[in-house]
Every structure is written in C-alpha cells, then in structure tokens.
Design a protein around this ligand. Structure first.
Ligand code: SF4
Ligand code: SF4
Length: 408
C-alpha cells in the first residue's frame, strides 16, 4: 500500500503536469490533470472516505505516467490513482466485477472468448481491412460503432497450451489475453523467430496477468489472476518467461510484487518477477539479428514500456539494427499515450479516440510503410484509429514485422 500522506504532501501544486497530461490538454479542466486529481483525493481522504463519485472522476486518468516525466517532486500519480480506486472499490460496477472475475482464471477466460466468438458475427460488421468489426449497436460500456478485434477460429493458446520447451533453454511464453486469445499472429511470429535461433518455448496453461483488475482497483481479482500465473510459471526449471505485451510485462515485473506483498505468495512473486522479460529486450540480449529491412516504420512505444518494463524500449533499436528508417514524431506526440489507457478507453470512448487521433495523425503524416507497437491493447486502439482515418498502412505487432523478414 502506498503511503498516501507522504505521496500527496510531495505535490507542490506547480502545475507542470498541465503541459503534458493528454486528458488535460484535451479538456483544459483542472479536475482532469494530476494536480486536480490529487487535490480531490486529498480532500476526500481528509473526509475519511472516497466515494463512488470520486471513483468515477478517477476513471478519467489514463494512468499513462506522462505527468511523472515532468514532475520534479516525483509524485507517483498512476499508483496513487490506482490505489484510490481500490479504496473506493465499493462503487465498482457489476460489469467490471464480472469481467475481472472472468479474466482471472484460464477456464473462465476460455469460456468467455468462446461465447464472444459465437455472437461476434451478429454483433458487428467487418472493418475494411478485415482485422476487426464495428458494433452495430451499443452494449454495456461499449458504444455503437466501437471497434473490436476479430476473434480467430482457433486461438494461439488453444493450439499450443501444454507444449514443452526445446533447444537447450527453458523458455516459457506468457502471451496475455491479447496475443493468447485474439492476435494469433503474435505467438506464431515469436515461434518463427525462436525457431531461427533453434529454440522452442514452453506454453503453460494461462489466463490474464491481472492488470485490468489491478488498474481498476479490483485487487482480489488481480491477486487471483497472479496466483494462477505463479502456479503455472513458478516451476524452478523455467529460466525466462517471455512476454510479448508491454502491459503484461510491466504488471508481472513491477506490480505483481506489490499486489502480493502482504500474502503468502510474496516470496514466489519476487522470484518469478525476476524471470519475466520483455520479448524485445530478451531478443537484443540474446543477439537476435534480423535480416535487412528497407521500410519506413512509425513506432508507438507503449506507456508501460516507457515507465514499467525493465530494459525499456528495445523494439526501436532492434528495428534500427535492421536498417529500417524510424520516423521521427513531433515532440508533443512522440511520448503520448495512444488513448486506450485500459478502462479509460471503455469509460470515456470519445476522449480516448480524440487523444489517439493526435498520435495517429502524426504517424500517418510521416507516411510510414508500417506502424508497429509492442502492446496488444495499443494494437487494438491503433487499428481502430487507422480505420477511422481510412488509412491502408498496416498496423502490426513488432514481432510480426520481424518474423516476416525471416520468412522472406
Ligand atoms: S507536476 Fe507534480 S508536483 Fe507539480 S502539480 Fe503536477 S503532480 Fe504536483
Ligand atoms: S497519469 Fe496520464 S492521464 Fe493521469 S494525470 Fe498523469 S498524465 Fe494525466
């Protein structure tokens, strides 16, 4: 648990965060910037209670950490906001409780995706690039026209769960919900890359990393997801746990130890967190040399990579090493969030899209041959935005681009 009094006292109310907060820059409302959020939390805390209304206000934070880049007082705004959501958790809606419960366990998650696949055709119409669909009508927390990625007939995990490691290293893959259940190409791409290094990674049974629950302050559901993760990946013989999604990586490397710190799983969490590696960091450390790439590439570095992943952004240098030309984005958008921000994109779809549009417009203006990222949540948002712009440029996970080079 965060020491609230100490954290809140550090904020000098300087207002530097107003220059960079994507939500404030859009709305120009003081309650939408770190300073305003902290003042609200402090006032509510002084009154002894954070209410449902406070919780609603806190959902307007992307938890992107952009304010931390400029905060000289080193106030950990995303952590404070997360913690405040937990404290006001009584106000969490039934839909949020249900979704965090379903994500936490492999069997429940499998049932959820199977059911979603059955209804998908009736719910939406396909986008022009065939990567997803737009909802024909509104559903709880999802507005009509919302982009949802296409669910594959067979997920990567349904084909590979139970596979053993091979090639002399005990690698294990944690795919996360996005790569494991939706974007089959990500896991397949990693298999191709590892095969080029004469390696195969084990695929234990798995569900969610717990981040959606943790970010919403649904700590019990997050802990259940993490306990399941530790059961599957706690084997001593596993040397490295590769994660292709920046958000899952940050959750497992950083947040897991805090989430389980006052439980009997604290030691196991610390030990396993040390084995988790961002896949691009691991590829660089293990001398993966992709063939030459003569493309202009726009890279969206996820917020979790910038502030949560050990080793930071390794995708950009890997691409540079291939000879790819990385397009320079304007300073005011280069470090910005894509607008998804976990549940922010669900609760505030208009603002989410407006924030993302600036980033997508800057990337498209550079006329790239491909847009790449390393987080499956960002991938959903970027594909939605590209479709809105009517852009035909492919939006890919970095692993897909690298594996295509190997396949010629
Ligand atoms: S930049 Fe930091 S210290 Fe200044 S107002 Fe924002 S949160 Fe407070
Ligand atoms: S975490 Fe992001 S959205 Fe939240 S206050 Fe900071 S900059 Fe704004």
């Amino acid at each position: 648990m965060i020491d609230w009094a100490a954290e809140l006292a550090r904020c000098t109310r300087c207002g530097a965060c107003r220059e960079v907060c994507p939500v404030f820059v859009l709305t120009l409302r003081e309650p939408d910037v770190a300073r305003g959020r902290l003042a609200r939390i402090e006032a509510a805390d002084a009154g002894g209670r954070l209410t449902h209304a406070d919780r609603r206000a806190l959902t307007r934070c992307l938890q992107c950490g952009r304010c931390c880049d400029v905060c000289k007082a080193d106030v950990r705004v995303p952590q404070i906001v997360r913690d405040a959501k937990y404290r006001s958790g009584a106000g969490m809606g039934a839909a949020q409780q249900s979704i965090t419960y379903l994500l936490a366990d492999p069997q429940r998650l499998r049932k959820l995706t199977n059911r979603a696949r059955q209804f998908a055709v009736a719910l939406g119409r396909a986008t022009a690039d065939g990567s997803g669909m737009r909802l024909r009508f509104a559903l709880p927390y999802l507005e009509a026209g919302r982009y949802l990625p296409k669910l594959p007939k067979q997920s990567y995990l349904s084909r590979t769960t139970g596979r053993a490691a091979g090639g002399g290293k005990h690698l294990a893959l944690f795919l996360g919900c996005g790569a494991g259940r939706i974007f089959t190409g990500v896991g397949e791409a990693l298999d191709t890359i590892l095969a080029s290094m004469n390696l195969t990674a084990a695929v234990p049974e798995q569900a969610c990393c717990g981040l959606p629950a943790w970010g919403m302050g649904a700590d019990d559901a997050a802990r259940e997801a993490l306990a399941n993760f530790l059961t599957a990946f706690g084997e001593e013989s596993i040397e490295t746990i590769l994660s292709p999604c920046a958000s899952c990586t940050a959750m497992l490397q950083r947040e897991m130890t805090e989430a389980l710190s006052d439980t009997p799983l604290a030691d196991a969490a610390r030990m396993v967190a040390g084995k988790v590696s961002d896949v691009f960091v691991w590829l660089r450390e293990n001398n993966f040399h992709p063939p030459h790439l003569s493309l202009r590439v726009a890279v969206h570095v996820p917020c979790h990579t910038r502030r949560g992943v050990r080793g930071g952004d390794a995708l950009t240098p890997l691409l540079r090493a291939t000879g790819a030309q990385i397009v320079e984005l304007p300073a005011e958008t280069a470090s910005n969030c894509c607008g998804m921000g976990g549940s922010f994109g669900v609760f505030h779809p208009q603002e989410s899209r407006e924030i993302g549009r600036k980033k997508m417009a800057a990337m498209l203006a550079a006329r790239p041959d491909a847009i790449v990222t390393s987080c499956t949540g960002c991938l959903v948002q970027l594909r939605d935005l590209a479709d809105h712009f009517g852009a035909t440029v492919p939006v890919r996970h970095g692993l897909e681009l690298l594996s295509e080079l190997l396949s010629g």
